[in-house]
Design a protein around this ligand. Structure first.
Ligand code: HEM
Length: 179
């Protein structure tokens, strides 16, 4: 589903011609005929984004962030039960691992979800570490941007890529001083 969403985003933002050009220039092991329920190697995501970056002249980090932001909105549309109206962003992020990603792993045993540890101090200050062998912190940042927008929170994101094995990124979400 993440792959079909990426191609949908490319089509809507650019065109179907760009989708075709990106798929044919990426030399994908799967050939690029994705289905919503299929499972594909995460490297193909990086290959697609690298080719798109060359095609449209935008940095891959920006493309992945924009994709994550949009993907969060699609999750909300597709799985509304995961987003109770009375929940704040702090509670949502605290429950992400145990409630959402673990359900994803039960439903799709092949799914590869990251480890996300959350330290919350209310809805105004949240520290989160993202760890994954896939090392996709730009996608994680985009999803966080989408979450902040969805909850109508006023939070700035600071990010430090800490390296390590599996690679770890720390995100600190805080209310800007002037708000
Ligand atoms: C701010 C919130 C979220 C963050 C930061 C986050 C982070 C990520 C990242 C970075 C990945 C890529 C794989 C990896 O890095 O190992 C991922 C995978 C995934 N996440 Fe999340 N996620 C969030 C919310 C959600 C929500 C709301 C859903 C569904 C309702 C969801 C479902 C999934 C699914 C289905 C995958 C793909 C698994 C696969 O295809 O192998 N995530 N998540």
């Amino acid at each position: 589903m993440v792959f079909t969403e990426l191609l949908d985003m490319i089509e809507e933002t650019y065109s179907l011609e760009v989708v075709d050009a990106v798929i044919s220039a990426s030399d994908l092991p799967s050939g690029g005929s994705y289905t919503r329920v299929g499972t594909y190697p995460s490297e193909e995501m990086s290959m697609l984004v690298a080719t798109l970056s060359r095609e449209v002249g935008a940095p891959p980090e920006d493309l992945l962030r924009a994709f994550g932001d949009r993907l969060f909105g699609r999750f909300v549309e597709m799985y509304p039960a995961f987003f109770p109206a009375d929940q704040g962003i702090g509670d949502f992020l605290s429950g992400l691992e145990s409630y959402i990603h673990s359900e994803v792993r039960k439903l799709y045993p092949d799914a590869e979800t990251p480890t996300i540890d959350v330290l919350v101090d209310g809805d105004d200050s949240i520290e989160l570490t993202y760890q994954s062998p896939r090392d996709m912190p730009d996608l994680a940042e985009g999803l966080l941007i989408g979450a902040i927008g969805h909850f109508g929170a006023v939070l700035e994101i600071q990010r430090s890529d800490l390296g390590g094995q599996p690679p770890t990124t720390r995100f600190t979400l805080t209310r800007p001083a002037d708000s």
